[in-house]
Design a protein around this ligand. Structure first.
Ligand code: FES
Length: 253
């Protein structure tokens, strides 16, 4: 039931600012991610074993052999496709179906509604009960896939420590820390940890896990943005070192 008022909203604050910032932020990050995905180079620093998380795991024949930590089981990709297109559907699926991002882009992109107590332009509301939005319910499965990719990123970060310690290693480690915190703070993860239990007292370990995940979950929006921005910065850093634009400051050789 909508309020029967002739104005779109009675709010007098700058309610349009958060959706605008969200829309601009998501657009810029999407452009950067698309550009890097289709660049197809500068994803591996041979000297220090830095692999950008955007190309990990690198599984097709185009991958540089040293960057393919799990082999190259996939054939050469056709046309303009590059190795990240293999993992992108899972990473994108995880973020796009995330409860926080849903709220963010429903407001920022579809204005549905743009903010609390501001009428939306759409006449009808069907929620997430029909195709394609019913696919949002696949989030839990994307969580599983993203968790595997996260473990691979952790492996990459520690693998790179085999060559010493440089700023790039710290960047890779902070990146997996943020990605890990974001993934663990997921609502599906919280449900897996402590959902469907009638008595927490009978499941002390799951209760502890649920308590821990719940604390992270309270920061899910912040972790969503921090991990998304930092994964781009990590990729940019690896690309700059791989292309020879900057040198990686070394702490231990
Ligand atoms: Fe955001 Fe699962 S709810 S990642």
């Amino acid at each position: 039931m909508r309020a029967q008022i002739d104005r779109r909203t009675l709010r007098t604050d700058r309610w349009w600012l958060p959706p605008l910032v969200t829309a601009v932020g998501l657009l810029l990050i999407s452009i950067y991610a698309a550009a890097r995905t289709f660049m197809g180079e500068y994803y591996w620093v041979d000297e220090y074993h830095y692999l950008t998380p955007m190309y990990s795991p690198c599984l097709s024949q185009e991958c540089l052999p040293a960057a393919a930590h799990f082999g190259r089981p996939l054939p050469e990709l056709p046309g303009f496709l590059t190795p990240p297109v293999v993992i992108l559907p899972f990473l994108l699926g995880f973020r796009v179906t995330c409860y926080y991002y849903r709220k963010a882009y429903y407001r920022a992109a579809w204005l549905s509604p743009p903010a609390c107590a501001v009428a939306e332009p759409h006449a009808k509301y069907t929620g997430e009960t029909r195709f394609p939005l019913i696919a949002q319910n696949l989030h839990r499965y994307f969580f599983y896939a993203a968790s595997i990719l996260l473990l691979i990123n952790v492996y990459d970060a520690f693998y790179a420590l085999g060559t010493g310690l440089g700023l790039g290693n710290i960047v890779l480690l902070v990146n997996v820390g943020l990605l890990g915190a974001y993934t663990l703070s997921c609502h599906s993860c919280r449900h897996i940890a402590g959902g469907r239990l009638k008595h927490f007292s009978k499941h002390p370990i799951r209760y502890r896990m649920w308590t821990f995940v719940s604390k992270l979950n309270a920061r899910h929006m912040q972790l969503a943005w921090a991990s998304l921005i930092f994964v781009c910065l990590t990729d940019l850093y690896v690309a700059l070192v791989a292309s020879g634009t900057i040198a990686d400051p070394r702490i231990i050789n």
